[in-house]
Structures are given as C-alpha cells and as structure tokens.
Ligand binder design. Structure first.
Ligand code: PLP
Length: 399
C-alpha cells in the first residue's frame, strides 16, 4: 500500500479538471499517423474510378492483419460490434423457444442480439472473482433447447473458453450437435488466453472498435473472427445484403478510411495494452491492503487488457455505500468510476419483460458491489498515484 507520506503528497495535486472519465471517450491514443492514414485513404478514394468501395483495399488488408493478430483463419470487418452480434445470432437460425445462455452481468448488446434473432435469453451467473460467465452455471442451465453459449470477455479479460466449449460438447443439441460458443469481445480486443489471443477460440468472436474501446477505427467499427468457412461466408455476405448465401442481409460494411486507420491502431494495440497493464499492476500495489476494496483478479491463463479496472467493494459496503464512494471520487477528485455492469435485466425493461421469473442472485449482488475505476493508456504514473491515494482517502473517510 502507498505510504502515508506518498498519500499526503499525491493528494496535494488539484482534482482532475476535466475529470478522468470512468471509460474515457477515446480508449487508445491517436496521432499524426492515424491522421495521415485517413487522409491517404480519402485521397485514394477521390479517384472516380476507385471511390470508397466495394470492400476496397485496405479493408481486406485490415481483415488479414487482424486475423493474423488473433491467430484466426478469417476476419470479417463490420461497421460496429452490434450488427456483428446480430449476425452471430442470426447464423444460428433460432426457432421460437430456442435458448441462448448469456451472462446477466453484461452490456445490453449481446442479450439484445438474442432477442433480435428470435431466441430465448437464459441468464447465466458469473464467477464473482473474474466476472466471467460461470461454466458450472451454464452446465446446470443447458436444456435440449440450448443453441449457443454466449459469453462476453468481461471488462477486457478472456472468458474461460475451454471450459465453456467443453460444457457445450458434453451436452450436444439433439439436432445440431455440440453447442457452439460465440463470444462478445467488444471490450477485450488484444487480450490473451492460454497462449492464444482472444478471437481464436469458439465458433466466432465479435470485436468492437467503438471510440471507447481498446482500439478504434474513427469511432465506430467492428470485426468478426472465426476459423469456420461457413460462418465467414455467411457474415461476409450478410454484411452486404446476403446475395451469396441467399439469406436476409443488410449493409454493415466498414469504410476503407476506417480500415486504413485500423491498420495503424492494430500496430499500436499491444503498446496500449502494455500501458494499461503496467498502470493496473502499479495500482494493485498501491491499493494492496485496503480492506474494503477487492482488487481485480487475473487468472494465470489470461492476459487481461484492463479495459476496465474492475474492483468490488466488501460485502458490507454494497449498494448505497458503494454509490457514495463513486459520488465522492467524482465530486472531490474528478475521478470517474462506473458499475460495469449490473445484470442487464435490471437496466433494460425489454430484457426484464422477456425473461420473467429468471433471477441470478449472485449477479445482482455483484451489481451492487462492483466499482470500475478510471484507467487509460495515456494516464501518467503521477495521475495513477493520485487516483490510488484518492481512493484510499475516500474509503477511510467513509469508514
Ligand atoms: C461496446 C460494447 C458493445 C457494442 O459495440 P459497438 O461497436 O458500439 O456496437 C457490445 N458489447 C460490449 C460488451 C460492449 O462493451
């Protein structure tokens, strides 16, 4: 833990103004390299014989570079992660009553994709240390109607993919065989799992390049990775109206300007993650011993990207006291903290109405105890120290 002298020194600095948001609006950093790549792509498109499309270079180059980065056979660029998740669920051709198990502690996107494809959401519990979908709970909730296991790589760290895949194999669907694992890696671009990158395991993985994420393609964008040729063909086709597979489709393409910038961001991604990890470890040391706060847990099989620095407050600080801590950090120090996430059925009525009677009590408890404290690759060591000192100070005064 930070020494008393260091805490006092750190707290002498003025509060952050503007504040450090809990999830800063730019997840990585941008400089002239991205600007030049974008301008070059626009210049190239201003040739009337070339323009912006269709799937023009450097889109395929970006896809190949991303697939190589993840070690996957294919990568298909899309305009945002949301449509990628929709494609994943539509690929399953769900029939009424078909079930998809998705963690309740989740952003709204993945469960909404289940709903949009006509499936029945089944809420899975999480492991309270990792915040990842719990394979034992999935095992207990599989029925003959289960069509997919749909984990999210929560807050920047890999879900336990091998265990989830194994559960899916052990309970094959009567008609479709082993239950596929499809994952939402919107927050976890660049994370690692058992010597591989997130995006290698499971039937398909969906990434986001939204402005807040680990890397961004001009604020919006996404990628689907898969080793499966049919999935690749399906996604590539339905992102452009679906003619090749004679399926329903719409337009979900990425522009070549985005892809040009994506190539630059991808080259920087590991350095962004390295910076996030360094700050997270330093913060862990500075906060070690602060009894009311449970620090992030990183299993040895994972390389966490620390998209969010996700802590819990001790059980007796759940709810109102946690909320007071968040409010105090913001008001007194300009430090953003966020609850990512409460069970999605508590925040979106459409999801609650769709899943009557389904409760996941552990996830509800975690939703009252979670606190994700601002972290960003461009944060300085001094800023990180101020954040740790502020948290220690606020916690002590709330005791
Ligand atoms: C941001 C996010 C999404 C949505 O990504 P978009 O690219 O904005 O569509 C989906 N899932 C999770 C977990 C996210 O954090």
């Amino acid at each position: 833990m930070l020494s008393e002298t260091r805490i006092r020194e750190a707290l002498k600095r003025p509060k952050f103004d503007p504040p450090w948001r809990s999830e800063p609006l730019l997840g990585g950093t941008y400089d002239e390299e991205e600007v030049e790549a974008a301008v070059a792509a626009i210049r190239d498109a201003s040739d009337i014989s070339k323009g912006f499309g269709f799937s023009a270079p450097p889109i395929p180059d970006f896809e190949q570079a991303f697939a190589a980065y993840c070690g996957s056979k294919h990568a298909v660029a899309v305009n945002s992660a949301g449509p990628g998740l929709d494609m994943a669920m539509r690929f399953l051709k769900l029939e009424p009553g078909d079930e998809v198990i998705v963690p309740a502690v989740n952003y709204q996107a993945a469960p909404l994709a289940v709903l949009g494809a006509g499936g029945q959401i089944v809420w899975g519990e999480i492991d309270p240390r990792t915040f990842e979908l719990d394979p034992n709970d999935v095992d207990a909730k599989i029925t003959p109607r289960t069509r997919a296991i749909f984990p999210v790589h929560m807050n920047g760290m890999s879900a336990p993919m091998d265990d989830l895949i194994e559960v899916g194999r052990r309970h094959p669907h009567p008609k479709h065989g082993p239950i596929p694992v499809i994952s939402d890696a919107a927050r976890a671009c660049g994370g690692g799992y058992k010597g591989t990158k997130i995006g290698k395991k499971g039937l398909m993985t969906v990434f986001s390049f939204h402005t807040m994420k680990n890397m961004t393609t001009l604020g919006e964008g996404g990628m689907i990775t898969t080793d499966d040729d049919d999935v690749e063909r399906y996604c590539r086709s339905v992102r452009m109206y679906g003619a090749e597979v004679e399926e329903w489709g719409t337009s979900n393409v990425m522009t070549k300007v985005q892809a040009a910038v994506g190539l630059v961001q991808l080259r920087k991604l590991d350095s962004f993650i390295e910076a996030r990890r360094r700050l997270a470890y330093a913060r862990n040391e500075m906060l070690d011993g602060l009894d009311e706060i449970v620090l992030p847990y990183e299993p040895t099989e994972c390389v966490h990207t620390y998209y969010l620095y996700s802590c819990l407050v001790r059980k007796d600080w759940a709810g109102e006291k946690r909320d007071r801590l968040i409010e105090m950090m913001d008001r007194e120090h300009g430090i953003g903290c966020v609850v990512a996430n409460k069970p999605a059925y508590l925040t979106r009525r459409i999801l609650r109405d769709h899943t009557p009677g389904q409760r996941v009590p552990l996830s509800e408890e975690i939703g009252e105890r979670m606190i994700c404290i601002s972290l960003h690759p461009a944060m300085t060591d001094a800023e990180n120290e101020y954040i740790a000192a502020s948290l220690i100070d606020c916690v002590r005064r709330l005791r």
